[in-house]
Ligand binder design. Structure first.
Ligand code: ADP
Length: 631
């Protein structure tokens, strides 16, 4: 019979399987079993609405048979099966995922139902251990059965065949043993038993296998020398109890982690696990994971938040978004509640009181778990924060700060003085005597911020400054306004609260005396600055730039980036250090040589822009000016 060709992509994957790149070849069994389980899910779901299926939940099973003589390992299921076309489509093309199609169809009906689109290498993984694979399948409701056969990348054949009832048999002819790999071990009872326990224990349908047992012969039971006999028994190998249904104390960390990695496709252990069993107004179990790293698409639209939702062990929604608030969208897990109805539609779920109740409770538990991690395992928390901190920050500023109380104590910022990440509470606790504000500086990098001209005087006073370097950061003090009863204050603000009353008075006098110079500068710079004045925040630097109240320079940069058409600009206030020799020189020039005074003004203004990390309006004019003085 003519061989049909695999699609190019499939061929490539198949090639990879055949020259097996995986060291864990044993996972093929898990993949084949989970396909069988998915197929049963589909028929089981159908049976909820279709009387003709004629099978009860307890009739469904997966069977494993090992034939050592012929080196055949068979996995059979009585699930939905495949038609000829489906077999060709599904097994001949890798990118075509039947589960996905099914789900899409279900979603059209506004009914979201299970089908764990088991990620992984899928059906083709059989070729890691088998040199020939036969699939016999009969689709539910079909009259004919079909056989798909392939012994590798060169193609497959399709033949009509006989099969009594709906379902699928996957028959794998195991490869010959080599020095490196004993494929025949996959025909051994104890290996199969172990593999099922390890990877497929929680599969919700019984995985049955004939096992041989030695037992005492009934009639010799009471004799002095009892005789033994070997019998074959059909045994269920898996416990069928999902991990989250088990008792917390009976589950090992290893099991929690293994389950997480397999179910949520991560290769790293999670940072924390929350296993809940709640009884009361709504009874439910939940198993939540806080990942230790962000999935590659986490900060894109592709990423979908949500938890898997089960009702008494039956998956009713793959990704129930309503169970997770946006600020905790990185959490993965499952929720299982007997109080939810099986046939509930997505629409109804949104308004479901029970669901809202569960979601509110989960939010609290996630918060307290993060807090616990922060307090007990700082290193781990910092890793989580590096991955998801940005998301938590967005959560804090979102919805006009509605969640700020929940999230503020989860924040970490860089402390200039401590040179490490600190919480807001830690910053507040370490404040110097009499420190009036919580100081922060926002900018692109910590190095640049450390060089801000205003930094020196704060340091001199022993006041720490939080260095905010992410674009969302500066919205946090704006949203919080206060923490631990102290107001936040940007170190570029006009009044840093550093001067005593006397100093303030003295400053006013100086301001008055310097008026002619300040007026001259304002006149020279025109609209480029809103105001010109003396500063109380400077120590060794001659000038600094302060934004007019309302919009900061960092926000200006942010909005320029995300929405340049808006043309938002922070008002610039130029401040002089009255003690600096440059200011004295400027004052002298204003009195004696106005041309020179104009040049000094331009230079000092440009310096203020540079230090604030703002672009010069005309860099060429500035450099020409400097060069003209190098004579
Ligand atoms: P995935 O399961 O990720 O979709 P697979 O390569 O494992 O990818 O399987 C491809 C498709 O073949 C499945 O989506 C399913 O439609 C079909 N299939 C595989 N095994 C079975 C089975 N035992 N019964 C019915 N359909 C199956």
């Amino acid at each position: 019979m003519a061989k049909k060709q695999f699609k190019a992509e499939s061929k490539r994957l198949l090639d990879m399987m055949i020259h097996s790149i995986y060291t864990h070849q044993e996972i093929f069994l898990r993949e084949i079993i989970s396909n069988a389980s998915d197929a049963i899910d589909k028929l089981a779901y159908r049976s909820l609405t279709d009387q003709n299926v004629g099978l009860n939940r307890s009739d469904f099973a997966i069977r494993i048979t090992a034939d050592k003589d012929q080196r055949l390992l068979t996995v059979s299921d009585n699930g939905i099966g495949m038609s000829r076309q489906e077999m060709e489509d599904n097994l001949g093309t890798i990118a075509k995922s039947g589960s996905l199609q099914f789900k899409e169809q279900m979603e059209k009906q506004d009914d979201d139902i299970d089908i764990i689109g088991q990620f992984g290498v899928g059906f083709y993984s059989a070729f890691m251990v088998a040199d020939a694979v036969t699939v016999i399948s009969k689709a539910y409701g079909a009259d004919e059965a079909w056989m798909w056969q392939s012994s590798g990348a060169d193609g497959y054949t399709m033949t009509a065949c006989e099969k009594e009832s709906a379902g699928t048999d996957v028959i794998m002819h195991l490869r010959a043993d080599t020095d490196d790999e004993q494929y025949s071990r996959f025909l051994e009872e104890h290996t199969l038993r172990e593999l099922v326990k390890k990877y497929s224990d929680y599969i919700r349908y019984p995985i049955r296998m004939d096992v041989t047992k030695t037992r005492v012969k009934e009639e010799t039971k009471d004799a002095e020398k009892p005789e033994y006999e070997t019998v074959t028994e059909n045994e269920v190998l898996n416990s069928m109890v999902p991990l989250w249904q088990r008792n917390k104390k009976d589950v090992t960390d290893e099991e929690y982690n293994q389950f997480y990695k397999e179910k949520f496709f991560d290769f790293e252990d999670p940072a924390a696990v929350v296993h809940l069993s709640v009884e009361g107004a709504v009874t439910y179990k939940a198993l939540l994971y806080i990942p230790s790293r962000a999935p590659f698409d986490f900060y894109t639209k592709e990423y979908k938040k949500g938890l898997q939702l089960y009702s008494s062990g039956v998956l009713i929604m793959e990704n129930c978004e309503d169970l997770l608030p946006d600020h905790f969208r990185f959490v993965k897990g499952v929720v299982d509640s007997q109080d939810l109805s099986l046939n509930i539609s997505r629409e109804m779920l949104q308004h479901d009181r029970q669901l809202k109740f569960i979601a509110a409770n989960l939010e609290k538990r996630i918060k307290s778990e993060l807090k616990k991690l922060l307090e007990n395992d700082r290193e781990k928390y910092e890793k989580v924060f590096a991955a998801f901190g940005r998301n938590l920050k967005y959560g804090l500023v979102a919805d006009y700060g509605e969640h700020k109380d929940l999230l503020s104590d989860l924040m970490l910022f860089w402390s200039h003085r401590e040179n490490k990440l600190v919480t807001l509470q830690e910053y507040a606790d370490a404040m110097a005597e009499g420190q009036p504000y919580l100081y922060y500086a926002a900018g692109e990098s910590r190095e640049r911020l450390a060089q801000l001209p205003q930094m020196e005087r704060l340091q001199e006073k022993g006041y720490d400054v939080l260095l905010l370097t992410e674009d969302v950061d500066e919205f946090i003090p704006q949203t919080l306004q206060k923490f631990a009863d102290k107001e936040f204050r940007s170190i570029t603000a006009e009044d840093l609260g550093l001067a005593t009353d006397e100093e303030k008075k003295a400053m006013e006098q100086k301001q008055e005396a310097a008026k002619p110079t300040l007026d001259f500068v304002k006149e020279t710079l025109g609209d480029r600055v809103k105001e010109v004045r003396l500063s109380a925040s400077l120590k060794s630097h001659p000038v600094c730039l302060t934004p007019e109240a309302g919009l900061s320079f960092e926000m200006e940069k942010y909005f320029q980036k995300v929405n340049p058409e808006m043309g938002l600009k922070a008002g610039r206030i130029l401040e002089f250090n009255p003690e600096h020799p440059a200011f004295a020189a400027l004052q002298l020039a204003v009195a004696q040589d106005r041309e020179k005074a104009k040049q000094y003004t331009e230079i000092l203004y440009a310096q203020a822009l540079l230090m604030a990390d703002l672009p010069l309006e005309n860099p060429t004019a500035y450099t020409d000016l400097i060069c003209s003085m190098l004579k």
